[in-house]
Design a protein. Structure first.
Lengths: 355, 359, 558
């Protein structure tokens, strides 16, 4: 659990450093735009004319988000590139190693990637005036490398046509019930969200928690799309590590899915967003970061991606409950989280029949 | 040869891996001559022809055309095909299906950048020569075999080459057409006075059209000579057997005979008078005797006359072929269709010593 | 065949270029497969055979691959053989139209087919399973998410390739061989079994081997239908290995090279067999095969022939059409709600139009540049006596034996480390496609080159034409129909290409196939279905236009 004294010290140190840093690097007179402040020079950004975002988010939604930015700044052409989790990071690193710098902004789906990238000096340090709206836990140490641009929330989902409400699982341990055998889905080992789920529920319920799931032979999938498709089509009854955004999107389309908010808490995985150091369009990148981390960007992101914002002043995604109504479980000791990875891979691979 | 030869081949060797398809071949062809390379398949005649054309690269030797060296191993000299100035008629005719007859024939002229009016004249002229006038605009894929052959010849002579090479051009035609075409080809060659080298396995064809015949076997030359010389005075068993129909009579030379002949005793004890080969070698044990030179019935003044029995008779139309039993075995005899004898009848066969060649 | 004045430097130069294109990425793969240290560092810190040894400790992936490839090959050859038989040896109504329709499955990709069959035969709720269960059965008619299902989908699409190869060999058979059997008193069936079958056997055998080697490297079907059930073959295992972080490139490369080894063996066997067999069928003499009258059997046979088209083309397209128009992807009929919103979304997506445009541009460029180049190469390899041409042929055919997904990895490492800034551009994709389709182009054009009677070219040379003049006036015009066919094949292959594109795409160089996969993974099945149909439509339209143009170019019915 937490070790308070060193933690307080580090927070204090971070704040001091951050203040010093802010005094050195954040600009003196941020522009006030419609709904957000920016330190970037808009003229320069528009002259650069382009912006490339590397992210793991679904393409159609991301393009809608970027389209909103483009509508504000028509001279900046936005381009989006998607790959799954680890592959995106690997591509980013491979490109840097070959000195091909194509990405301006990068979203990484796993905190360990963000730490790694920061360690390698991959991020550009930029103190956005919007950073003030984010709790220190939600920002890099020191400030300005990466920030939590969204929170991916996961719980349990089920098909109400197949599972009457009174039989549905109510809390996390209910998924171990043998009646879900061969009808329950989880995510694959490489999913960052799954790692977080595994880690947090062990913290809550003990290290042997997941062993009880093995007899149910869960099916593992790369994406929530597949999980929800199977739910809708009756191939599975229950989805665990069910992405809330997926549920919201399916519900909006009229599909028969219901979501369970376990009283012990919903898993939340942060999405670290940052600017790449050798970005080809640095000024446009800074402008985007300010917009994205500001209320307008966060609102747009929540609306299209159906993820939650780390800011308090942003509405929840359409159809979603207010974040104050449920508990969020997020790792606090990221180092310990990182170190648990090997054990996680071993256990999860066995659980999902990979090895 | 007083005038320098048009084609001069010396010690030509063409090897494929371990085997030599052409193994030391030398000959010279005078301007205006039509020489035929004759032999069974695999004897190297086509390879020799293609080497002269530049389509095969020999392993050793030298080739000169019109006095110019086009291939020499020693000088490491090899002129590519397109620069040798020879022309060739292929066995498969090689008529380009995507061009008209005119375009096919004009090809060599176009390559040499002859002006268009002259091309048109030339093409008309040669098409006329091969009796294909009026076919100029026909797409060549619509021609019959015989027509393709004529177009191939026209194409070959259109640009007035010095040397014309023929690679079994008539072998794909039926017998009647073959006989007609061979006459036409010879006429054409005579008229244009083009030096020609002709390859065929058909000995009748070779004898009919050539000035000289080169008989080849196993990559080597067996005999070079005029058709009459090849026919009447074969120097080896192979030549005797391959060209025309011959009886091989085994036996021994017993001593000199009258008028410069030799006395030859066959197996079976018959003594006949034969002539010695040109090189004077009297150690031969076989005498070659052409079927057409044997008479049936007594002919006065002939020195060799033996009794025999007609064993079999086959009517060939232009001649009758008899198988005659005689003390030394069987003789094949060819006689004009008027000389009819019954199977089983006793006859006398006679032949002149001049026609019995000791090999 | 002869030598002619080829300058001494031409062959080494060509070998250098081809070798560079093909062997350089391969070298990267080999080095990486021996990397047992940090996968991210290049050159590798530690070298060893651990990656290969691990493969043999856990042979499950390899046995899966062999199992699926074998079943798929048997099915594909069966389909191809039956179709070839019906369409070339018997007389059924509408034969010509059917023969044209047999090309259709090739225009659709196995990816699309797999998506569609998931809809049709998904366990419990696939459309066909629903119909089956409504007739009273409790279990599925068939579950497509199994090795058999994967093999079925692969076979359906590869079946057309087998069909083309086998029917070509059937068409080049001398009909008098069968006629003599019939004259001697053997009935149709006996003739078929005792005469026709053995004569066609070499063609069938080479088709089998070719199809098998393609199946070993197949990715899309196993991706869609295998991964959900945790059934991995080598290509999908390679894909998974590259997805995790840190990516297990060493393992991926080792797996890819093992597959390479297997394919080289297979293709090597093929060459040995073909050498013993009949090159004599290709003499340029075209036989007109006499097809059999089948009387009353006409209609059953026609049904079978049409059956293949329906199962391979119409059913999947129908399933996709259905899914693309649903609000959310479901096959449970009472749940279905319909909308055209997916097409709207697809059309609105900013990245889709560039992806389509890029795929078209790449397809046209690679085919247009590739065909003449490969044409010249084919001529050099099969018609000249230039030394080193055997080596050239071997080098060019290497990419056929490396699964494209793996080759994509090699290409990525190779080109990213070169100081020329082509990474992330369409140029890189173009070079990659060209490299990867060299074997396909060579095989197609070689077939045509070998059919041209060499005396046609020799005659041109004897008439005085230089090599260039001869190529221009005689060789290329004669090859034209084959060159057009090769162009179309390469165009379609480029547009469909997935394995290579996945790794080499950049933000400004997106292409369709990976976009569909991305959408299937992250957006929704309905959107992917809409995109897949749009891609298919685009290919159909492009091919139809190209056929028209081709007809005018060759001046003959294509």
């Amino acid at each position: 659990m937490r070790r308070l004294a060193p933690r307080v010290l580090s927070v204090v140190a971070a704040c001091l450093l951050a203040t010093a840093a802010r005094a050195a690097e954040s600009c003196a007179n941020p522009h006030q735009m419609q709904g957000f402040k920016t330190c970037a020079d808009i003229g320069t950004a528009e002259r650069e004319g382009g912006l490339v975002v590397y992210s793991t988010d679904p393409e159609a939604a991301s393009e809608s988000v970027l389209a909103e930015f483009h509508a504000l700044f028509p001279k900046i052409n936005t381009t989006y590139f998607r790959l799954q989790g680890g592959a995106l990071y690997a591509k980013l690193l491979a490109e840097r190693q070959g000195q091909a710098y194509l990405a301006d902004i990068t979203q990484l789906s796993d905190m360990s990637f963000a730490f790694d990238f920061q360690k390698r000096g991959g991020y550009m340090r930029y103190i956005s005036p919007e950073l003030a709206a984010y709790k220190p836990d939600y920002r890099s140490t020191p400030d300005g490398y990466w920030t939590w641009g969204a929170l991916v929330v996961a719980g349990i989902a089920y098909n109400p046509n197949l599972v009457p409400a009174d039989e549905a699982p109510r809390n996390w341990p209910d998924m171990m019930n043998p009646k879900w055998a061969d009808a329950i889905s989880v995510k694959v080992t490489i999913s960052g969200l799954q790692h977080t789920t595994w880690y947090m529920l062990r913290q809550l319920y003990g290290n042997d928690f997941w062993k009880n799931l093995a007899p149910s032979k869960p099916h593992a999938f790369d994406s929530y799309v597949q999980q929800f498709d199977r739910l809708v089509n009756g191939q599975d009854k229950v989805a665990v590590t069910a992405q809330y955004s997926g549920y919201l999107l399916m519900k909006a389309k009229g599909a028969p899915v219901e979501f369970v908010y376990p009283p012990d808490g919903l898993i939340a995985t942060p999405q670290p967003w940052g600017i790449v150091k050798e970005a080809p369009h640095p000024e446009a990148a800074r402008l985007f970061m300010d917009w994205f981390l500001g209320a307008p960007g966060q609102t747009v992101n929540a609306r299209f991606q159906c993820d939650y914002s780390a800011r308090d002043d942003v509405d929840p995604p359409p159809g979603g409950a207010k974040s104050s109504t449920f508990k969020l479980l997020t790792p606090t000791d990221w180092k310990a989280f990182e170190q648990s990875h090997a054990a996680y891979v071993r256990e999860w691979d066995k659980l999902t029949g990979m090895r | 040869m007083s005038t320098p030869p048009r084609i001069d081949v010396r010690d030509l060797v063409v090897r494929y891996g371990e085997t030599a398809a052409v193994d030391g071949v030398s000959f010279a062809i005078a301007p205006g001559e039509l020489v035929t390379l004759l032999g069974p398949s695999g004897c190297g005649k086509t390879t020799t022809l293609r080497s002269i054309a530049g389509l095969e690269t020999p392993s050793d030797g030298s080739i000169k055309i019109s006095g110019r060296t086009v291939y020499s191993r020693r000088e490491r000299w090899n002129v590519p095909s397109e620069k040798r100035g020879v022309s060739m008629v292929f066995q498969s005719y090689a008529i380009w299906p995507h061009m008209t007859v005119f375009e096919n024939v004009a090809y060599g002229l176009r390559v040499r950048k002859v002006p268009a009016a002259e091309i048109a004249d030339n093409v008309a002229r040669v098409l006329d020569m091969v009796q294909m006038r009026g076919f100029a605009d026909r797409p060549s894929s619509k021609l019959s075999g015989g027509q393709q052959q004529r177009v191939a010849v026209a194409r070959a002579i259109a640009f007035s080459p010095n040397v014309l090479l023929f690679d079994e051009p008539l072998s794909n035609l039926d017998a009647k057409l073959r006989a007609e075409m061979r006459v036409e080809l010879r006429e054409l060659q005579r008229r244009l006075d083009i030096t020609s080298l002709y390859v065929t396995h058909d000995q009748e064809e070779a004898l009919a059209i050539s000035d000289r015949v080169i008989v080849m076997n196993g990559g080597k030359i067996e005999q070079i000579g005029s058709p009459e010389a090849i026919y009447n005075r074969p120097v080896s068993r192979f030549v005797a057997d391959f060209v025309g129909s011959a009886n091989m009579i085994a036996g021994q030379v017993r001593g000199p005979g009258p008028d410069g002949t030799l006395l030859f005793e066959t197996e079976g004890g018959i003594k006949i008078e034969v002539i010695a080969p040109a090189n004077g070698d009297t150690s031969g044990t076989v005498v070659a005797l052409r079927s057409s030179y044997i008479h049936i019935g007594h002919v006065s003044g002939s020195h060799n006359a033996v009794n025999g029995t007609i064993h079999r008779r086959m009517f060939h139309g232009d001649f009758i072929q008899y198988v005659v039993d005689w003390p030394a075995g069987q003789l094949i005899v060819r006689r004009p269709p008027t000389e009819l004898f019954e199977e089983g009848s006793s006859v006398t066969v006679s032949f002149a010593p001049l026609h019995c060649v000791l090999l | 065949m002869s030598s002619f004045g080829f300058r001494g430097w031409v062959m080494p130069l060509l070998l250098l270029v081809c070798g560079g294109l093909v062997l350089y990425p391969l070298a990267f793969l080999i080095i990486e497969s021996l990397n047992i240290g940090d996968p991210q560092s290049f050159p590798p810190e530690e070298l060893g055979l651990a990656n290969y040894l691990e493969l043999f400790e856990e042979p499950r992936v390899i046995t899966n691959t062999l199992l699926v490839a074998s079943i798929a090959t048997v099915l594909a050859v069966l389909f191809g053989f039956i179709q070839a038989w019906i369409l070339t040896r018997t007389i059924i109504p509408g034969r010509d139209r059917l023969e044209r329709l047999m090309e259709l499955p090739y225009y659709m990709t196995p990816l699309i087919g797999a998506l569609a069959w998931g809809v049709l035969l998904g366990p419990k709720t696939g459309l066909i399973n629903q119909v089956w269960q409504s007739t009273g059965w409790t279990s599925d008619f068939f579950n497509i998410y199994t090795p058999w299902g994967i093999a079925w989908v692969m076979a359906l699409f590869e079946g057309t390739v087998a069909f083309v190869m086998i029917s070509a060999s059937m068409k080049s058979m001398d009909p008098s061989l069968e006629e003599s059997s019939r004259v001697l008193g053997a009935g149709k069936l006996r003739t078929a079994l005792k005469i026709t079958l053995p004569l066609v056997a070499p063609g069938v055998l080479s088709a089998t081997i070719f199809v098998f080697s393609e199946m070993l490297g197949s990715f899309a079907a196993a991706f869609v239908l295998g991964i959900p059930g945790r059934f991995f073959v080598v290509t999908t295992a390679i894909w998974e290995a590259t997805l995790s972080f840190p990516p297990d490139y060493g393992r991926a490369a080792a797996m890819g090279l093992s597959l390479f080894g297997a394919m080289v063996l297979t293709l090597g066997c093929a060459r040995l067999i073909m050498r013993h067999g009949s090159y004599t069928t290709i003499t340029g003499k075209a036989f007109r095969p006499r097809a059999m009258e089948v009387g009353a059997m006409r209609f059953p046979l026609m049904t079978i022939a049409w059956g293949y088209i329906i199962v391979a083309v119409i059913l999947p397209l129908g399933a996709l059409l259905l899914t693309s128009m649903e609000r959310f992807a479901t096959v449970i009929i009472p749940q279905m709600q319909f909308t055209l919103a997916n097409y709207e979304t697809a059309l609105r997506m900013g990245s889709l139009a560039p992806a389509f445009a890029n795929s078209l541009i790449l397809g046209v460029s690679v085919a247009t540049l590739g065909v003449p180049t490969i044409g010249v190469l084919a001529w050099i390899i099969y018609r000249s006596r230039v030394p080193g041409r055997g080596l050239m042929e071997f080098v060019i055919m290497i990419p056929a034996a490396v699964p494209r997904l793996v080759f994509g990895l090699g290409l990525l490492w190779a080109w990213i480390n070169i100081p020329i800034p082509i990474y992330g551009t369409l140029w890189l994709l173009g070079i990659a496609y060209f490299t990867v389709f060299l074997p396909l182009g060579l095989r197609t054009i070689a077939g045509v080159v070998l059919q041209v009677d060499p005396s046609l070219e020799e005659c041109a040379r004897v008439c005085g034409a230089s090599w260039g003049y001869q190529m221009r006036t005689v060789t290329l015009p004669l090859l034209r129909p084959g060159l057009v066919a090769a162009w179309l094949l390469i165009f379609i292959a480029s547009v469909r290409e997935l394995g290579v594109s996945i790794f080499l795409m950049g933000p400004n160089s997106k292409v369709i196939a990976p976009a569909i996969v991305n959408s299937w993974l992250s957006s929704s099945s309905e959107l992917s279905a809409a995109m897949a149909l749009m891609q298919t439509a685009m290919v159909f339209v492009a091919v139809a236009i190209l056929f028209r143009v081709a007809r005018r170019v060759t001046g003959a019915p294509a």
